[in-house]
Design a protein around this ligand. Structure first.
Ligand code: TUI
Length: 316
């Protein structure tokens, strides 16, 4: 049984977080993961304050286990959702796509454990100084908004840079990768892509099928020109966007911005996986079948234990 400092402090059976994926991570998925012994996380990205409050309350009806909320710092509703997590006494808040510094005092005073996603050691240190409980070091293999460094390079550097717990994310979809994360010094993992096909995940079947059919080289990063690089499955949206981004220097930033509006919702909620943006990590091709969250978590940790148990066999 892999159990770390994270298990006891967060009240979870397995040291695994489910990524707070925009338009994906709702009460159903978060409660499914929490009921299975991980930390489910509701994405606030696509909600205003009241919508988030409703989702938190729904999750509380579906589970009596702890769960968290992810706050995407570029959200237009960031102020109101930052207040709702305090009012609703959410035990854990993760953040993404920015520096949560200005909210941390209020969250810490409310007793919330704040766990920012960091793409660099500088941001990890800043998070520690601001009172973060832990950080999630997320490599650019992940889906969605990505940083520059890979998980393999980032995690050990963050582990050396801070003394708070480090959770590894990006490129983790099977037991070998879970084991590798612990080898790099992480005390927990965050998994997104593999949970896209969880039975409790309410996204469109078309989105799930795109993940199940993906090959290793099927993801691409778009959005670098506007400073918001995002990894998703190659499709007609990414081809058109890339063309506008690089080939047509006459496409303005405003037009480019417009091309990205509503595309996450289209794929996740409406099943429009050709013109919409199908966020996924580089491990999408390792995701083989739809399963209950509990089975996914058990497979990840059983696989990791097997690898860790056999790890010494090639040491002479
Ligand atoms: O946030 C994510 N993944 C996401 S957010 C999202 S929604 C969206 N994002 C961008 C454009 C359009 C829609 C989809 N996927 N992951 C966590 C993450 N955070 N990855 C990288 C970062 C990050 C990057 C820069 C965190 C902090 C940061 O700080 C820069 C600074 O100094 O402010």
């Amino acid at each position: 049984m892999i159990s770390t400092v994270i298990n006891e402090q967060l009240g979870i059976k397995y040291p695994i977080f489910q990524g707070g994926m925009a338009w994906v991570a709702d009460a159903s998925l978060a409660a499914g993961v929490s009921n299975a012994g991980g930390l489910g996380i509701i994405a606030a990205m696509n909600s205003n304050g009241e919508q988030l409050r409703a989702e938190i309350r729904k999750a509380r009806e579906l589970t009596d286990k702890p769960f968290g909320v992810n706050i995407m710092l570029m959200s237009p509703f960031v102020q109101e959702v930052a207040q709702v997590v305090v009012e609703e006494k959410v035990p854990v808040v993760t953040t993404g796509a920015g520096n949560p510094g200005k909210y941390m005092k209020a969250w810490n005073e409310a007793g919330i454990k704040v766990i920012p996603v960091v793409p660099s050691t500088a941001l990890a240190k800043m998070a520690e100084r601001n009172g973060a409980f832990a950080v999630i070091a997320e490599g650019g293999e992940s889906g969605g908004h990505v940083g520059d460094l890979t998980t393999m390079a980032l995690v050990p550097q963050v582990v050396d840079a801070v003394s708070i717990p480090v959770i590894a994310a990006g490129g983790i979809a099977d037991g070998r990768q879970v084991a590798a994360a612990f080898m790099l010094g992480a005390v927990g993992i965050q998994v997104g892509t593999r949970f896209l096909v969880a039975e409790e995940c309410t996204i469109s079947q078309e989105y799930k099928n795109k993940i199940l059919k993906a090959k290793d080289i099927d993801t691409v990063v778009t959005g670098k020109r506007l400073g918001h690089p995002v990894r998703s499955i190659k499709n007609s949206f990414t081809r058109e966007y890339t063309k506008a981004e690089y080939d047509s220097s006459n496409v303005s930033d405003e037009e480019l911005e417009k091309m990205g509006l509503g595309v996450l919702r289209m794929a996740a909620r409406e099943g429009e996986v050709s013109k919409g943006c199908v966020l996924a990590g580089q491990v999408a091709s390792m995701v083989k079948k739809e399963q209950p969250a509990k089975e996914i978590i058990e497979e990840l940790f059983e696989g990791a234990e097997k690898v860790l148990g056999g790890a010494m066999k090639w040491v002479k």
